[in-house]
Write a protein that binds this ligand. Structure first.
Ligand code: U2F
Length: 462
């Protein structure tokens, strides 16, 4: 791609919300170690840079630069993330272009653009610079595939085509609302799905929102990427992998990041691990719903009632502000039996032999961590890719079950916990996830598929 005399310099463009920038920086750090003569310039908003770089030691070959967040000077900070995302997307790509130009003034020319896949416009930026574009998808191949096939799915369900720019749907013929159970004819590579399994913004929800439009544009841009990097491993999603591989220049599964990088959770400040040491093997219910959302108050109360009724030991990561939704006296009544913490060292917890089941929202990192620990899941998806991840968990990998009716009720919780902890079916599920855990470890070990793909990724920079 570039003259042999040019020293590689990768522009890394981050999506500064949720855990996205941290995931991209994790990958960048691994790349910086594997390719010490490559310089990585990391671009994100000041707030995001401050949070992801923190006080950590920076590798000599990683620099960070701030890009504008799109919040007009003097304005109050947006109250909701969705507003902040809207402003940021409005300011993009000009904010990135400006920051890249400023960085260029004092550094070598860029030889590659590595970006969060959300930032589809990075394909054009890379083109203008005459260098390859390498997007990173921080979740699974399954969800990536549904965005790649957005147009196909919209045609198939008569929702209309996406229009050139994805800004609005063209020729909308049918509303899909209320048809969540409608089966979808086969989408290449994916298992049989229902309308309700798809992430919002493909055929359900507001198709014209900046977020939906961003994902749709991304799907269209992927074939322009020199390689699409994915936080999964080939053996986990082989049919989707084969399909996407045939559609893209390169599909490089280099994950799962959650088991390749140090735990994001920090030290065990709340003493969860010593507590687990005192529990019986496979007896503990671990509950966590990720970093972005939490079930509604009624559902939190239903979970608590279910836990009390089942009487199994539990460890629940629930931020303090949500703990007020638990039934009166729950904490006192379950003292000794259960532990409630605002944040837990999840990866280490899932690797602990005492944990018997993970009650989860099916965020992608949680899924791969549960596999790593060989822990069966009970899931209740909240939004985005989680429903699809859940479908893979229960129907394809058979390593967990969905909560009955899709929402938490007292009885639903008891039945699901019974099934996993006390029934033969639960034992079979545990065996399945244990086997998958071994495959996951091989993928990231010496000569494994993710390890080899990572090497291929490094070569793209030279
Ligand atoms: C978004 O997912 P979330 O961040 O909500 O959820 P996960 O992908 O499961 O990641 C949560 C991470 O936070 C860690 C946990 C995971 O690595 O180990 N953690 C913890 O250490 N301690 C706690 O008490 C709670 C969590 C999005 F919502 C999903 O739909 C996407 O699939 C995902 C990936 O793009 O990002």
């Amino acid at each position: 791609h570039q003259s042999k005399t040019t020293k590689p310099h990768v522009a890394v463009l981050a999506f500064p919300f949720g855990a996205h920038a941290a995931a991209l920086l994790n990958l960048t750090r691994r790349l910086a170690v594997a390719a010490p003569d490559v310089t990585f310039s990391f671009f994100s908003t000041a707030k995001s840079n401050c949070s992801v770089f923190g006080r950590d030691h920076l590798h000599d070959n990683i620099r960070n630069y701030d890009v504008a967040d799109g919040i007009p000077a003097g304005d109050q900070l947006p109250r909701y993330p969705v507003e902040a995302i809207g402003l940021f997307l409005k300011a993009s790509p000009d904010n990135f272009k400006k920051a890249l130009e400023e960085a260029r003034a004092t550094s070598r020319q860029f030889t590659c653009v590595l970006s969060d896949a959300f930032l589809w416009f990075a394909a054009d930026i890379a083109d203008e610079l005459g260098v390859p574009w390498v997007p990173l998808w921080t979740a699974g191949l399954c969800s990536l595939s549904t965005h790649y096939y957005t147009d196909f799915i919209r045609h198939m369900t008569h929702v209309g085509s996406t229009g050139e720019k994805c800004g609005s749907t063209v020729g909308t013929k049918a509303s899909i609302v209320g048809n969540e159970d409608q089966p979808l004819e086969s989408i290449p590579g994916l298992p049989p799905l229902r309308v309700g399994d798809l992430p919002e913004g493909i055929i359900t929800g507001n198709l014209d929102s900046p977020f939906a439009s961003m994902l749709c544009q991304m799907g269209k841009m992927l074939p322009r990427a020199a390689a699409v990097v994915v936080n999964s491993f080939r053996e986990l999603e082989p049919t989707i992998f084969d399909d996407l591989k045939s559609k893209l220049y390169k599909c490089l599964t280099v994950g799962p990041f959650a088991i390749l990088t140090p735990p994001p959770s920090g030290p065990d400040e709340t003493g969860c691990l010593p507590w687990l040491d005192q529990q019986r093997t496979h007896s503990v219910v671990y509950l966590s719903f990720g970093t972005m959302t939490t079930p509604q108050p009624e559902e939190l109360a239903a979970i608590a009632e279910g836990l009390e009724a089942k009487g199994a030991p539990f460890l629940w990561s629930l931020r303090e502000k949500f703990q007020e939704h638990l039934p009166t006296g729950f904490v006192e009544r379950t003292r000794g039996k259960g532990v409630l913490v605002p944040w837990a060292p999840q990866k280490l917890i899932l690797e602990h032999p005492a944990v018997g089941v993970f009650v989860s929202h099916c965020g992608w990192n949680s899924v791969t961590e549960s596999i790593a620990g060989g822990v069966p899941m009970v899931y209740r998806p909240l939004y985005g890719d989680q429903k699809l991840n859940g479908r893979m968990v229960s129907d394809v990998w058979r390593i967990g079950v969905e909560i009955e009716g899709g929402v938490f009720t007292r009885d639903g919780v008891v039945n699901a916990l019974d099934l996993i902890l006390s029934k033969d079916e639960g034992t079979k599920i545990r065996e399945k996830v244990g086997a998958l855990s071994e495959i996951e470890k091989k993928a990231v070990g010496p000569g494994g598929s993710s390890t080899e793909n990572f090497k291929t990724l490094v070569h793209i920079f030279y």
